[in-house]
Design a protein around this ligand. Structure first.
Ligand code: BGC
Length: 501
């Protein structure tokens, strides 16, 4: 069983809502199943107990993760290749101020959709005069195709979108349209407008891109489309989110994505980056993309995580991401349920084909199950039936919800510990500039946005680690879609045309 063999729906945006068809389980059949299963659910308990023990994140575990995150960050800043954390220099050392003016485009590729956006910026007074965007879903086969196919598809979407420009959008004559290109995969930046793809993540397996400059790939595809646009900034989604949030709030110092994948970036002092060879940052600071999805030190992992990793298309990589992010939480739960079912401990003797299908259970499903507050957990039952093809009684549904909660709790609390690790590293270097005042962590991603339990576990871990006094100063703020505007703003700050912002 390999993740490469996953059916296309597993790679659809995991936050697309599935229409919840109601399934009526015939009462008599249901009763029989309940009778058969009432004794078996008792034996599911040992698996659940062990799962909870293996996934536990008491304070000492959180503390270890936060400290190890800070230590790996420091190691990654010294030299490349010595730490799990790549600590990629973004070459973004000027953040938006609010004075930016003009028409700029953004192109956002990071998951199963790509987005194109244009924004007309009006400076401090008018700020964002107008925005328009379009979203195109990427055919699953392109995620396993060739680099040219993927970039041709993106460039043609961009060309179509550019043709519809008009109304409030205005570009002075003789100017080329400039794009901020958000590319949400690990890239070794070579300048603010070029960078080499290190590897694909999040289930992408496009051939011929790794090792190449992704801006050159896009430029070549735009040329093939006869599209005259220029990439003036290539940025990770965390960097774009930080820039977008900073446009409205000067206290933003960190940004985190918790969606299909996960990552974090932050504002670092040039002096704290020994691996930086030349230093021409005017501000004395730059944004560092941690690529924290690759973190792995001291995580509480289970047999289910290990098996999922071993069968993935990138075994041994992105372990933090595989433990805390949206692409994987549902899959971990599915694997636990299989073990319970195989032992005859859940769902009678029915091990359905759907239950055995990798990635059939998605994170939005486990989230939806956790929102069911009804006595008989009827909605949980419908989801289990619709998505996994299994019938269940109330006791079994309770166990399933506990499994979901265990995996969400571990994910949320570890994400919180990661955030504290970054903040503590920054505080240690700057003494008081982080904890002694309001500091904002800009957060984006569907997992954080749509999963209330995950969100509160995350906040709980931050509060436990920092204590109530300090955590009052740390604001985790959801900045929805900040990355689109953020990339356009970075296209503006890095424009080749003269500007005074
Ligand atoms: C990628 C990061 C990205 C994150 C969130 C990860 O899989 O490696 O570059 O920022 O997903 O989209």
């Amino acid at each position: 069983m390999s993740i490469a063999a996953v059916t296309p729906p597993a790679f659809r945006s995991i936050y697309e809502r599935r229409s919840a068809a109601k399934v009526v389980v015939p009462v008599s059949r249901h009763r029989v199943i309940m009778a058969v299963q009432s004794s078996s659910v008792v034996s599911a308990a040992p698996i659940l107990t062990k799962l909870k023990k293996d996934c536990a994140t008491p304070l000492p575990v959180l503390r270890h993760v936060a400290d190890a995150m800070a230590a790996d960050m420091r190691a990654g800043l010294v030299a490349d290749g010595v730490s799990d954390l790549k600590m990629i220099l973004s070459y973004v050392d000027t953040l938006p101020t609010g004075n930016e003016k003009g028409l700029f485009y953004a192109l956002d590729l990071g998951g199963t959709n790509f987005r194109v956006l244009r924004v007309q910026l009006g400076g401090k007074e008018e700020r964002v005069i107008a925005t328009e965007f379009d979203q195109v879903s990427i055919p699953p086969e392109l995620m396993f195709g060739t680099s040219e196919e993927l970039f041709d598809f993106i460039a043609s979407g961009l060309a179509k979108f550019a043709q519809t420009e008009g109304g409030d959008f205005y570009l002075p004559q003789e100017r080329t349209r400039e794009i901020g290109f958000t590319f949400s995969f690990p890239v070794k930046q070579t300048s603010v407008d070029s960078g080499i793809l290190i590897k694909w993540t999040k289930g992408f397996a496009v051939s011929g891109t790794a090792g190449k400059d992704v801006v050159a790939c896009l430029n070549e595809a735009m040329e093939r489309q006869g599209l005259n646009m220029r990439v003036s900034a290539l940025v990770n989604d965390t960097v774009a989110t930080l820039a977008g949030a900073r446009y409205w709030d000067d206290d933003v110092m960190v940004s985190v994505i918790l969606g299909t994948g996960t990552n974090a970036c932050y504002v670092e002092s040039i002096g704290a980056i020994p691996k930086l060879q030349s230093n021409d940052s005017k501000s004395g600071r730059t944004i560092v993309n941690t690529e924290w999805g690759a973190f792995s030190n001291g995580l509480p992992l289970t047999e289910f995580d290990r098996e999922m990793d071993a069968e993935s298309i990138n075994p041994g990589e992105q372990i933090f991401e595989k433990t805390i992010s949206g692409m994987y939480l549902g899959e971990i739960v599915r694997r636990v349920l299989i073990k319970m079912a195989q032992g005859g401990e859940l769902f009678g003797n029915s091990i359905s084909e759907k239950l055995m299908t990798p990635f059939a259970l998605r994170t939005p499903d486990i989230c939806a199950m956790q929102q069911d507050t009804s006595k008989d957990l009827g909605h949980v039952g419908s989801i289990l039936y619709d998505v996994l093809g299994v019938s269940s009684n109330t006791a079994e549904r309770q166990i399933v919800v506990e499994v979901c909660d265990t995996i969400a709790e571990r994910g949320g609390r570890l994400a919180g510990a990661g955030i504290v690790g970054i903040l503590e590293k920054m505080e240690e270097d700057s003494k008081g500039l982080i904890f002694g005042k309001r500091t904002v962590v800009a957060m984006d991603g569907g997992l954080y946005e749509h999963y209330p339990q995950y969100r509160s576990y995350l906040q709980e871990a931050v509060d436990e680690l920092l204590g109530s006094e300090i955590s009052k100063n740390i604001v985790i703020e959801h900045t929805k879609d900040g990355s689109g505007i953020g990339a356009a703003l970075l296209a503006a700050t890095n424009s080749k045309y003269p500007h005074d912002f």
